[in-house]
Design a protein around this ligand. Structure first.
Ligand SMILES: O=C(O)[C@@H](CO)OP(=O)(O)O
Ligand SMILES: [Mn+2]
Ligand SMILES: [Mn+2]
Length: 557
């Protein structure tokens, strides 16, 4: 591809081109004090441990949460979307959570095309709101849903149905009951004011609707059946009762709650989605909404039998895929993450191999490239997805596909075909989310073995590695009080943390190809994930664009 002048990167004054660079992202791998709830510390992780000896010159910590990744506040934990966006784009963009906050606070959300479109159904039909019900702030937020419901009712919505997905992954397991109670209280108040507002269906986020990267369409189908067809194995008159009852089933938890529908006195579902209705999906984060959006929006669809495909007015809270323009209608414009490092590097002739297993595949491709699916340049890029296990919770197979990812990366490095070999190793995060401490230790060990495999290949080709993480998870598996001690619940029990954390993440550089004198700068006040892109560009022999966050490295004589 010819490099147009706008894309041309300047040569780095001191660093050579042509080195093979492994970029390794350990998902959910933060840095925390050693104790029994730090699974990374408790796992044998010799490859990652050895890097610490290079501190502060070749090992350091960077910020992966809050404003450093474009989130509203410093209380917001990091997550894969914002983390990989920052890593790939080299700049900090106000992210979905923040953009929605602003649009709701100013009321602009209700003046936009998307809302006007759905509101055309208000007079005669039902408004359905579908999404994750919690205050986790990773995919959605309860307070935003509340404002959306209130604003819609004030603007003429007469019949509202909420289809909830319980969380337990970005928030404590069991907290779903409280969130449903809060929502129910709002809906009662609306009913008293003459708006027919009810919860219509529900289910756990990992079992109903919120699959990603086409790992398991059955998950989306379960949601479709409950939300659109009004069919589910469990029927209740009331959502609080539904969640409380279903949580009592053996092995049940918020993430995997079976699907249910709310029925009226005669046993009829109160809120199936029918012709003429409006549907708004209130999650702002993209990955887990794309499959559902395809089912709602695509006339031609063969992933499962929809049985009935209603003619609806559908809008996403955001547009979830900028390349597919999916969905076509949305309430808030997504962050415009343009000129990502991947796009620049392909324009400058850098060839790239990217790989993960299904559950994180889009993280090193779609999120890395600014929420954009597909290649920039097919001739220079190869993306390989290793199929994930599906239908299981990952504590059952904590090694996941780490070694397969390591092997694919090794082969890509040794092939000599690629300048950059980029992987996401999911174990610390995916198993950390299950709250199973023993399994998470096994997960971290497997991730470290994959890292070792990649280091060995880099050693052979005299290349360079950059290893970092997108946010914390496995390094702290317990909820803590302000002083940092494990916080006990009312019954005096430990509260296992299934979510991400606010911790910083490590970054290390090394390998035989790393030029003499390259080391981390000490003059950056609070470096974060967005500083990584310029760093990697430098190691490829280029100077990063001037509006990128500064590089983490310097070259001393
Ligand atoms: O599983 C997910 O959707 C999130 C947690 O909600 O994790 P990550 O950001 O690591 O993908
Ligand atoms: Mn992640
Ligand atoms: Mn995660």
């Amino acid at each position: 591809m010819a490099t147009s002048s706008a894309w041309k990167l300047d040569d780095h004054p001191k660093l050579p081109k042509g080195k093979t660079i492994a970029v390794i992202v350990l998902d959910g791998w933060g840095e925390s004090a050693p104790d029994q709830y730090n699974c990374i510390h408790n796992a044998p992780t010799p490859a990652m441990d050895s890097l610490k000896h290079g501190a502060p010159d070749t090992w350091t910590l960077i910020k992966a949460h809050g404003t450093a990744v474009g989130l509203p506040s410093e209380d917001d934990m990091g997550n894969s979307e914002v983390g990989h966006n920052a890593l790939g784009a080299g700049r900090i963009f106000a992210q979905g959570a923040k953009l929605c906050d602003q649009a709701l606070a100013s009321g602009k959300i209700f003046e936009g095309e998307g809302f006007k479109y759905v509101s055309e159904s208000f007079e005669t039909n039902t408004l359905h709101l579908v999404g994750l019900l919690s205050d986790g702030g990773v995919h959605s937020r309860l307070d935003q849903l509340q404002l959306l419901i209130k604003g819609s009712a004030e603007r003429g919505a007469k019949r509202i149905r909420v289809h909830i997905l319980t969380d337990g992954r970005d928030v404590l397991d069991g907290s779903s009951v409280g969130f449903v109670e809060t929502l129910e209280a709002d809906l009662v108040a609306l009913r008293e004011n003459g708006v027919d507002a009810q919860i219509a269906s529900g289910g756990g986020r990992m079992y109903v609707t919120l699959d990603r990267y086409e790992n398991d369409w059955e998950v989306v189908k379960r949601g479709w059946d409950a939300q659109v067809l009004g069919e589910a194995p469990h029927k209740f008159k009331n959502a609080v009762e539904a969640v409380k009852t279903l949580r009592k089933e053996p092995g049940a938890n918020d993430q995997y709650l079976p699907p249910f529908v709310i029925v009226d006195e005669s046993g009829k579902a109160v809120g199936p989605i029918v012709d003429g209705d409006a549907v708004v999906t209130f999650n702002f984060r993209a990955d887990r909404m794309v499959m559902h959006a395809k089912a709602l929006e695509y006339e031609d669809f063969d992933k499962f039998d929809r049985v009935r495909y209603p003619k609806i007015r559908y809008a996403g809270m955001l547009q979830y895929d900028g390349e597919l323009k999916l969905p076509s209608r949305y309430l808030v414009s997504p962050p415009e993450i343009d000129r990502t490092s991947g796009e620049y590097l392909t324009h400058n002739g850098v060839s790239t191999f990217a790989c993960s297993e299904t559950v994180k595949f889009g993280h090193v491709t779609f999120f890395w490239n600014g929420n954009r699916s597909g290649y920039f340049n097919e001739k220079l890029e190869e993306y390989v997805e290793i199929p994930s296990d599906s239908g299981i919770s990952f504590n059952v197979q904590p090694k996941m596909k780490a070694l397969e990812i390591g092997e694919k990366a090794r082969d890509a490095i040794l092939s000599g075909k690629f300048d950059q070999v980029r992987v996401n190793i999911p174990n610390g995060d995916m198993v950390g989310h299950t709250g199973d401490i023993e399994a998470t230790v096994v997960a971290c060990e497997a991730a470290d073995l994959a890292v070792k495999m990649i280091f060995d290949a880099i050693e052979q080709v005299k290349g360079i590695y950059v290893v970092t993480a997108d946010h914390g998870n496995a390094e702290d598996m317990v909820k803590r009080d302000k002083s940092g001690k494990p916080a006990l619940d009312k019954e005096g029990k430990l509260q296992i943390l299934t979510s991400h954390t606010l911790k910083p993440v490590p970054i290390a550089i090394g390998g035989p190809g790393l030029a003499q004198g390259v080391r981390f700068r000490k003059d950056l006040e609070t470096p974060g994930l967005a500083n990584v892109a310029a760093t990697v560009m430098n190691l490829h022999g280029f100077v990063a664009p001037s509006d990128y966050e500064p590089t983490l490295i310097e070259v001393v004589e």
